[in-house]
Write a protein that binds this ligand. Structure first.
Ligand code: COA
Ligand code: ZN
Length: 297
């Protein structure tokens, strides 16, 4: 099996991570973002522009972003749920934007207060709006591998959403394993046919709720997928998904890939120092094994 020689990791701790922790100060968010910017990571999901009542943790997204020291070698992105979010993200200067929709209708209703079909109609217009403003549009399909309310999600439903958003002009599609329901078999069933049918960039976003995240990444590597989300220390979760835990820890992914000879460009030791900072900021022990035990050599 030939595996890719390099992988692009997007650090999502500042957004997906912090949105599921007790609110921390603007200054602490900026400190985390700036520390991550010095680890060699090339992509960071910095903030989201969502309703402050829905996610109070991101209420100061604009302030965080304007105070952050932007490293010109890094692509920073922002997540949005709707056109108001798009306006805010564009006004803040973002040109890489992620729009979110859930494959499961129930999760979509809870997350963004509209049906999946309504969101898809909105997204068609949002993609247009973003492109007209010189920004790229990634569509993140949450609950791609299962839903905490509906259970299994039919891979064919995910495939239909992919076809639709690609037809509407999405630049990249991400598959979100919002509550860690993915397994290697499901990764093959959901992502495999999409990889065969489409040649646009695909990105995978795993939570480690049930301990399968690294196995899922290995499976996806075998499918030729080279873009992954991860959060430092394993920060994160989803406020609308009971029992959800953090994203796969970035240092666990880097540790595994580098040992396999797959280049990530990230300095593992520097990243572990940032994971310690993240732990200090949120005031609780984070779940990353590599943070606890250190690198193997
Ligand atoms: N940022 C800030 N304010 C927003 C907003 C945004 N992205 N979107 C809508 N609003 C404001 C509107 O301006 C309106 O304000 P007003 O009452 O002063 O006129 C109000 O919110 C209601 O707008 P509406 O379009 O009816 O929103 P809603 O109440 O149906 O909520 C979302 C929909 C999408 C805004 C909300 O559910 C949300 O932010 N969800 C995000 C959840 C999330 O981030 N999940 C984790 C990431 S996957
Ligand atoms: Zn997530």
């Amino acid at each position: 099996m030939s595996l890719p020689s390099s992988v692009s990791i997007r650090e999502v701790g500042p957004r997906d991570g912090l949105q599921n922790e007790a609110v921390v100060s603007t200054e602490a968010k900026v400190r985390l973002l700036d520390a991550l910017s010095g680890t060699g990571v090339k992509r960071i999901e910095a903030v989201s522009f969502v309703h402050p009542k829905a996610i109070p943790q991101m209420a100061d997204a604009g302030e965080v972003w304007s105070a952050a020291a932007k490293n010109p070698e890094i692509s920073y992105s922002a997540l949005i749920p709707n056109s108001k979010g798009a306006e805010r993200a564009l006004a803040a200067g973002f040109s890489e934007i992620e729009v979110v929709v859930s494959a499961s209708n129930t999760h979509n209703l809870k997350n963004v207060n509209r049906s999946t079909d309504e969101s898809l109609d909105d997204i068609a217009q949002l993609i247009d709006l973003l492109h007209r403003n010189g920004a790229t549009a990634e569509v993140i399909i949450s609950t791609s591998f299962g839903c905490p309310y509906e259970g299994d999600v039919d891979p064919l439903r995910v495939h239909a959403i992919v076809d639709r958003v690609i037809a509407d002009g999405a630049d990249r599609v991400a598959f979100g394993d919002t509550t860690g329901m993915g397994t290697p078999r499901r990764v093959r069933e959901v992502v495999g046919p999409v990889r065969e049918k489409h040649d646009l960039p695909l990105l995978l976003h795993f939570h480690n709720t049930r301990g399968t995240a690294l196995a899922n990444i290995l499976t996806a590597l075998e499918l030729g997928i080279t873009e992954y989300d991860a959060s430092v220390g394993g920060l994160g979760g989803c406020p609308y998904a009971p029992g959800a835990t953090g994203n796969v820890a970035t240092e666990e992914v880097v540790h595994m890939l580098e040992d396999m000879g797959i280049d990530t460009g990230i300095d593992l030791r520097a990243l572990i120092e940032v994971a310690k900072l993240a732990q200090e900021i949120v005031g609780r022990e984070l779940p990353s094994g590599v943070l606890r035990a250190g690198p193997r050599v």
